[in-house]
Write a protein that binds this ligand. Sequence first.
Ligand code: NDP
Length: 247
Amino acid sequence: DARPLEGRVAIVTGASSGIGKATAISLARAGVKVAMAARRVDMMKEIQDQITLEGGVAIPVKTDVTKRDEVKELVHHTELTLGPVDILVNCAGVMYYTMMKNLHEDEWERQIDINCKGVTHCIGGVLDGMLKCKKGHIINISSNAGKLGFAGLAVYSGTKFFVEGLSQALRKEVCDSGVRVTCIQPGDVRTELLVHTTDAEAKSAYDGSESCKILEPEDVAKAVVYAISQPEYVGVNEILIEPRQAP
Ligand code: NDP
């Protein structure tokens, strides 16, 4: 089957770059109609052009996931344009290496706003519709830092532990309803994520961490498609995917 997920409708947040971009492209190739949500519309328009050329369907929707009203509008627009949303991929996220003692408190708050509140806003936008349709799949892009704390990533790890806890509890709440919840926990992936750090001390502690081949965004996108493609009775609850060699 060339388009095994034909007829499905997805919202992918953080679709303007990295893992979200690769996920939007992979889902569209599998036949999913994709609403891409992020702030940089120009980049999403380029991805839309690529998907259209390949015969897929995708729309860019400028969205800041920290704004609940923008997320509601994203869901509304997607449903009007593409149909009921039955896949949500929460991929928007930021990571700043910060030593807590260096008190980069604005960066702590940004991580909490995007990685935690952004996820709850998006789930809040789609859950009711999924429960009414008795079908849906929520995929949260967590991190291996959602399983283990790393020095220099205390707040980031905390946000991803939040995603893990929320996902476990939500899964138990909705498992009888037909809605599935998957957490994907990538290790280092080659994306823009690492460029935003301003804490030189924390950054230097990680210098040389790319001494081995790290994951490509497409490697994580494949995990997303795998989880969604399994038969309805199968819950792919977690996928921990890391570079084979430890950095
Ligand atoms: P990128 O920096 O390439 O992508 C981050 C995406 O998030 C961008 O599309 C960005 O779009 C979007 N984003 C950021 N802030 C907002 C916002 N307020 N509203 C909407 N979208 C926003 O990094 P990755 O692809 O690596 O990151 C994706 C996810 O993967 C994150 O949750 C990250 O924690 C996780 N992850 C990444 C790992 C890695 O090593 N790269 C490892 C483990 C997990 P825009 O700026 O246009 O809004």
